[in-house]
Design a protein around this ligand. Structure first.
Ligand code: CTP
Length: 405
C-alpha cells in the first residue's frame, strides 16, 4: 500500500500510564509519526517503570514530559501549554487507575492534570484501556468507563485475547496498527453516521472439480478500501468478500464466500436492511454447469475435456429490483469505451450510480482512477491511491443520499 500521510498536520499528545502495554506504545508512536503526526509524549511515574522516556523521545523526536514541575516551560505551566495546540490527547495504555482518575477529575500528576486542563471542545480525549480481564470486568471499572463516555471521551478497544498475566479475555490494549486505524478514523467526517452499507468485493471462485475452478484477478483492494472508508464515515458496514487474503478493516462485519451464488445469497439476505449497496466484486459471469465430484483426470487418449458453462445470477441487478432497494452503486471494469459501457450498465442494472474504471489499470494496483456516471452526467475522480478514492466516493454517495455532510 502506498504510504498515506493520513495524520499530516495533526498534533497528538500521547499519554502513557502504567501497564505492561507500554511496550506497544513505542511502536504506536512510530505508526503515528509515519502517518504524518507530530507526537508529544507525556508519561506518568508508573509508565516510567515499564518503558524509559529515552525510548519514547527517540521515537517521537521530542523530549518527553513526566512532571508538572518541568522547568523547561517558560511559564512553568506544562499542563496548560501541552494541549493548546493539540488535536487530541490519546492515552495508550490507559490503566484502570488512570481511568478512575480521569473520571474523578483528579489532577495530581502532569498527565491527569493536562487531561483536566485541556480545552474540552477542541481537544478530544481518546482512551485505549489496557488491563487484566478481571480488572476490566470489575463493576468499578465498567462504571468508570460509562462515565468516561458520558464525559465525551472515545474508547479505543480494548482488544480480547492472551494477556501478559497468562489469562485470556477482554482488556488487552489494541495493537499499534489497530490504534492507528482508529485514530485516523476518529478524524474522518461522519458523513454516513448510522447508515447501513453493504459491499461486495474481490473475485468469486466457481469450482470445476475439487481442485480447479474459474476465477479472475480482482484483488479486492478497492472494495476493502471502500469498506474502510464507509466505516470511518460512521456507517455500519457489512463486507461480503470473495476469496482474497486481506485484513478486515476495523469495525467491519465480514462474510467470506466462494461462489457467485453464495455471494448472491449473502447479499440478498442483507440488502433489504441496508441503506447503500456498493457492488465492487468481480463476479464470475459464468460457472461450470456441472461440478465433478472427483478430480477430472486425463483420459487415455488425452482428449481435451469440454466445459459447459451456465450464467450466474446478477447480484447488483437483483438488489436493484427489490421493492425498497438500498441506494445501489455498481462498478464497471472495462478495457475500452468506458463511458459508453458505464452508461449501458446504468440502464441495464437499473441503478442510480455506476463507477467506471479501466480494469487492467485497476486490478491489483494500489491506485486507480474512477469515473462516476449517473443521470446528471459524469465526474472524474483523478488517479490516486484506492483509500483516497474510496473516501471521495463515500463523500459523493453521502451527498447523493442526502446524508448529513
Ligand atoms: N455484478 C454483480 N453480479 C454479477 C455480475 C456483475 O453484482 N453476476 C456487478 C459487479 O459487482 C459490478 C457491476 O455488476 O458492480 C458490473 O459488473 P461487470 O462485470 O463490469 O458487468 P457485467 O454485467 O458482468 O457485464 P460485462 O461483463 O459484459 O461487462
Amino acid at each position: 500500500m502506498s504510504e498515506l500521510l493520513d495524520l499530516a498536520g495533526k498534533h497528538i499528545v500521547l499519554g502513557l500510564s502504567g501497564g505492561i502495554a507500554c511496550y506497544k506504545a513505542a511502536d504506536f508512536t512510530r505508526e503515528l509519526v509515519k502517518a504524518g503526526a507530530t507526537v508529544q509524549v507525556v508519561m506518568t511515574a508508573a509508565a516510567e517503570a515499564f518503558i524509559t522516556p529515552v525510548t519514547m523521545q527517540a521515537l517521537s523526536n521530542r523530549s518527553v514530559y513526566t512532571s508538572q514541575w518541568d522547568a523547561r516551560e517558560p511559564n512553568n505551566m506544562a499542563h496548560i501549554n501541552l494541549t493548546r495546540d493539540a488535536d487530541a490527547i490519546v492515552i495508550a495504555p490507559a490503566s484502570a487507575d488512570f481511568i478512575a482518575k480521569l473520571v474523578q477529575g483528579r489532577a495530581d500528576d502532569l498527565l491527569s492534570l493536562a487531561c483536566l486542563a485541556r480545552p474540552i471542545e477542541r481537544c478530544p480525549l481518546l482512551v485505549a484501556p489496557a488491563m487484566n480481564r478481571e480488572m476490566w470486568a470489575h463493576p468499578a471499572t465498567q462504571r468508570n468507563l460509562a462515565q468516561l463516555r458520558l464525559d465525551g471521551a472515545t474508547l479505543l478497544g480494548p482488544g480480547n485475547g492472551d494477556q501478559a498475566c497468562g489469562e485470556i479475555g477482554d482488556g488487552r490494549m489494541l495493537e499499534p496498527v489497530e490504534l492507528l486505524s482508529d485514530v485516523i478514523a476518529f478524524f474522518q467526517p461522519k458523513r454516513l453516521a448510522g447508515k447501513r452499507v453493504l459491499i461486495t468485493a474481490g473475485p468469486t471462485f466457481e469450482p470445476i472439480d475439487p481442485v480447479r475452478g474459474i476465477t479472475n484477478l480482482s484483488s479486492g483492494k478497492m472494495g476493502f478500501a471502500i469498506a474502510r472508508a464507509a466505516a470511518e464515515a460512521g456507517a455500519i458496514v457489512t463486507l461480503i468478500a470473495g476469496p482474497v487474503h486481506r485484513p478486515t478493516p476495523r469495525g467491519v462485519i465480514r462474510l467470506d464466500v466462494g461462489t457467485a451464488q453464495q455471494m448472491f445469497d449473502a447479499a440478498l439476505d442483507a440488502a433489504a436492511a441496508s441503506d447503500v449497496f456498493i457492488a465492487t466484486a468481480a463476479v464470475a459471469d459464468w460457472r461450470p454447469a456441472a461440478f465433478a465430484d472427483h478430480k477430472i483426470k486425463k483420459s487415455a487418449d488425452y482428449a481435451v475435456p469440454t466445459l459447459e458453462l451456465t450464467e450466474n445470477p446478477d447480484i447488483l441487478a437483483a438488489v436493484a429490483r427489490l421493492l425498497k432497494p438500498p441506494y445501489c452503486v455498481g462498478f464497471a471494469a472495462e478495457s475500452a469505451d468506458l463511458l459508453k459501457h458505464a452508461r449501458e450498465k446504468l440502464v441495464r442494472k437499473g441503478v442510480p450510480l455506476i463507477v467506471g474504471n479501466i480494469g487492467p489499470a485497476a486490478f491489483g494496483f494500489d491506485d486507480n482512477a474512477l469515473t462516476l456516471v449517473d443521470a446528471a452526467g459524469e465526474r472524474e475522480l483523478l488517479r490516486a491511491d484506492k483509500l483516497t478514492l474510496a473516501r471521495q466516493l463515500i463523500t459523493e454517495i453521502a451527498t447523493r443520499i442526502g446524508a448529513r455532510a
